[in-house]
Design a protein around this ligand. Structure first.
Ligand SMILES: *Cc1c(COP(=O)(O)O)cnc(C)c1O
Length: 455
């Protein structure tokens, strides 16, 4: 008699029916699938009982760890009142309270909150608001958006239109609206280093605004850290200069803080690092502590007022989603934000970031570690075939994937971005946990780049 385990049964159903995002299923189906059953603190447990550090915060979401009693309770309490009720033409209690809270903690000027359910939808909303803002004001020429090379803003068609990662986006190009693209300052791969990279970016932006400013509705930017591109970090002052240029040329600034928001960079928002107040700001991912799908697009009064009119004027923003302002999600977001404040987590992130920086110092000297980029607890390690010439690994080498697979064997989950190994631990990780995680991170990189360990 053949005994089929619970794991084998689930794995077979998984391979038969589940289609995973950003995953080549042919590769996936060759391996025994990882099936997560539960989480506790900064660890996830698979159904075979193995534990893993969540070294990428479940794709950059998690703030307080998993299965946190206080967050669970916030959801349960709300659940006993109502799980969902629409925001179309009416409100609910946690959605109001969270909106007030978000306005208080975001850069000044952002006074209105429009909810959705993912970073991508939050970006769609920002783009549509920017477009209709100019329309409602009778400025019909301003229709074009500026984005940055290697930008990632989510996977819906509007968000992909302002995206610029060829591997993800090129296939859809014929169905996207056209944009203007300027370089993101990528110091490591710019011959002029940080100063040269910043100059290239600002010059490109200045030229575009001076020649075509009248046609530009908005610039969308991942402030300070360009996440999916490989954790690329702006030289200091660059974001501020970009914001000033936009203001000067009457172009709206959309800050996509989906990855950087809620303490990840050591400030509440990356914009705070340079005192920048965007016209529109998108938040998601860590908003609910990584618990439930809630996102928000914040707007200034000036933008809101351009939509505020007698109904016959047809200035209404006709956009919404079934689960916009979901009460369970808003309730847990409120609990998460309370916890961030009560535990003074921003100060904690700064201390933890310097611990991680020290721990990774030795790794910097390894022959295939090109650059370690870090802002707060957002870390990307770019692996190179040749350190002196900075020659990258070929994509066929799948060096990032191999490092992540090795890390998983050693007990930590993460997901690479090309040749960049990502380390984005939950903000609540303790010193001991960060020590253990950075040890695994370093060992997995050395193993695949130097010890020839193949998985
Ligand atoms: C993840 C991410 C998004 C998309 O968010 P989803 O919730 O996955 O739709 C948008 N912008 C940035 C900067 C992101 O990192």
């Amino acid at each position: 008699m053949v005994i089929i385990t619970y794991y084998e049964r689930l794995a077979a159903m998984n391979k038969a029916h589940l289609w995973l995002p950003f995953t080549q299923m042919k590769d996936y189906n060759k391996l025994d699938p990882l099936i997560i059953e539960r989480g506790q603190g900064v660890k996830l447990y698979d159904i075979q009982g193995r534990s893993y550090y969540d070294g990428f915060s479940s794709v950059w979401l998690n703030v307080h760890g998993h299965n946190v009693p206080e967050l669970n309770q916030a959801i349960t309490d709300q659940l006993e009142r109502v799980a969902h009720s629409t925001l179309l033409g009416m409100a609910n209690v946690p959605a109001i309270e969270l909106a007030e809270k978000l306005v208080r903690i975001t850069p000044k000027g952002l006074n209105k909150v429009f909810y959705s359910d993912s970073g991508a939808t939050g970006v769609e909303i920002a783009i549509k608001m920017a477009f209709q803002y100019w329309h409602n004001r009778g400025v019909h020429e301003k229709k074009t958006f500026i984005t940055m090379k290697q930008a990632y803003h989510g996977d819906t068609i509007g968000a992909v239109s302002v995206g610029a990662i060829p591997l993800y986006h090129d296939v859809f190009r014929p169905m996207l609206f056209p944009t203007e693209t300027i370089p993101y300052p990528y110091a490591y791969r710019h011959k002029g280093g940080a100063a040269g990279a910043m100059e290239s970016t600002l010059t490109a932006l200045r030229n575009l605004l001076e020649t075509r400013g009248d046609e530009i509705a908005a610039l969308i930017v991942e402030p300070i850290v360009q996440g999916a591109a490989g954790m690329i970090i702006m030289p200091p002052g660059c974001l501020r200069e970009m914001a000033l240029l936009c203001r000067k040329h009457q172009v709206l600034l959309i800050a996509d803080e989906v990855a950087t928001g809620f303490g990840r960079t050591g400030a509440m928002f990356a914009c705070d690092l340079e005192g920048v107040s965007p016209d529109l700001m998108v938040v998601g991912k860590g908003l609910t502590g990584g618990y439930l799908p809630v996102a928000a697009t914040l707007a200034t009064d000036e933008i809101y007022d351009a939509f505020y009119a007698d109904y016959q004027e047809q200035k209404t923003f006709f956009h919404g989603h079934s689960f916009t302002g979901n009460p369970l999600g808003c309730a847990v977001a409120l609990a998460s934000l309370r916890r961030i404040e009560e535990q003074d987590m921003l100060t904690g992130v700064i201390a933890k970031a310097s611990l991680v920086e020290q721990k990774l110092m030795a790794l910097k000297e390894r022959p295939h570690v090109g650059e370690i980029r870090q802002k707060g607890l957002m870390i990307g390690i770019e692996l190179v075939r040749d350190k002196t010439s900075r020659e990258p690994y070929d994509w066929e080498d799948r060096i990032g994937v191999r490092a992540a697979e090795r890390a998983r064997e050693l007990g930590m989950l993460t997901r690479p971005l090309g040749n960049v190994v990502v380390f984005i631990p939950p903000l609540a990780s303790t010193e001991d946990e960060l020590n253990a995680m950075t040890d695994i991170l370093a060992a997995s990189i050395v193993d695949v780049t130097e010890n020839g360990i193949t998985i």
